[in-house]
Design a protein around this ligand. Structure first.
Ligand code: GN1
Ligand code: MG
Length: 360
């Protein structure tokens, strides 16, 4: 547990001349520990301890964030939205390593901002579409190859399958309890590997992608207008489908990711239209025909990956995601697979809507 002393010891290493007198922890992330820090010069900062159990390749995380920070700062006058600004340490790094080997980032806090876990109206969804679409536009000039992979094969279905199969061999969970899910995962395998095959064949181009485009990674102001895209740990080379699909998974679901009542978990097609409406504003002219063609499949694939990852972590005894109760990851997995079933039922409509908004 951190206390005021720890926070101030860390703060001293960054180029800020102020002391923290109060801090609170943000509760929504599953991976890092994130604090809102108020200082005696009337400023607020976001201090984050990077989870090195998840981000084993910490040098890549630091390098990528620094590259992006420099890039955004250079273009500050032409940006449509605000961005996460990393404060440097006295060693000119954007991360500080403490005595216990923890790595910390310090970021400016974007004032009067808030996040949502679930969208409750389509204006929020439209805004989210615009912000994530703008991220694609702003970063489209970057050579993705100059960024490193912060987590290897992060959205690779074949690699996630291997991890799932390993977990299945060693799990303490009784197989009879989870037979339905196992069958569903195995039945879906072929279709869900398709995007990975297209990447391998270089049919779909690599871009710089965010890779964690949840609703809660967008800041909104008090009028529910989007302010900035946050959480840049997983920015690395990827395909547009990772970001588009993960956005829909998170933003167009009618329930939160760990809703237990599966009858509440569906895809909201009105929200899907609003997201496409906002997203296409900045991306329509940038995306190629082949990228557009596979957007609907991306929705299925990203929901599947998250379901598979939550389920694998459940089998492994919850070693990756933070959980609040024993079955939390199982509930999350069932939730994602329920969403996937609804998306599959409505796939023709999803494809038509996508074509309406993105076809040139
Ligand atoms: C994790 O950054 P955070 O905690 O919001 C995860 C994402 C998942 C998400 C599911 C590095 O995101 O991939 O989509 O949980 N991040 C990492 O809510 O694994
Ligand atoms: Mg994240």
């Amino acid at each position: 547990m951190v206390n005021l002393n720890t926070i101030n010891t860390i703060l001293k290493n960054f180029k800020v001349n102020s002391e923290c007198f109060r801090f609170t922890e943000f509760q929504s992330g599953h991976i890092n520990d994130t604090y809102l820090v108020a200082t005696n010069d009337n400023s607020q900062y976001v201090l984050q301890r990077i989870n090195t159990n998840v981000f084993k390749n910490i040098d890549s995380v630091i390098k990528n964030k620094k590259l992006l920070n420099t890039y955004f700062n250079k273009r500050i006058d032409s940006l449509n939205y605000d961005f996460v600004n990393f404060i440097e340490t006295y060693n000119n790094s954007i991360a500080f390593k403490d005595e216990s080997g923890n790595y910390w980032n310090l970021m400016t806090f974007i004032e009067d901002s808030k996040t949502f876990d679930v969208a409750d109206n389509k204006d929020i969804v439209f805004e989210a579409g615009k912000l994530y679409g703008d991220f694609v536009k702003q970063t489209s000039q970057i050579d993705a190859q100059s960024f490193s992979e912060t987590i290897e094969d992060f959205h690779s279905v074949p690699s996630r399958f291997l991890k799932f199969e390993d977990a299945l061999k060693t799990t303490k969970v009784s197989i009879t309890e989870i037979e339905d899910i196992l069958n569903y995962i195995l039945e879906s395998k072929n279709e869900m590997c398709k995007l990975s095959k297209l990447i391998e064949a270089k049919t779909i181009p690599l871009r710089l992608t965010h890779n964690d485009t949840k609703l809660s990674n967008i800041l909104f102001n008090s009028n529910n207008k989007g302010l900035a895209v946050i959480d840049l740990d997983t920015v690395m080379p990827g395909i547009i489908h990772f970001d588009f699909g993960d956005s829909i998974r998170s933003i167009c679901s009618t329930a939160k990711e760990d809703e237990q009542d599966l009858s509440l978990v569906t895809i909201n097609l009105e929200f899907y239209k609003s997201f496409c409406d906002g997203y296409s504003i900045y991306t329509k002219d940038i995306l190629s025909e082949v990228e557009i063609k596979y957007l609907p499949l991306a929705v299925k694939t990203m929901i599947f990956i998250m379901g598979l990852r939550f389920f694998t972590d459940y089998l492994n005894g919850n070693i990756y995601y933070k959980v609040s109760y024993q079955n939390h990851n199982l509930i999350r997995a069932k939730n994602q697979f329920a969403l996937l079933k609804d998306v599959s039922d409505k796939f023709d409509q999803i494809t038509d809507i996508t074509n309406n908004y993105f076809s040139k």
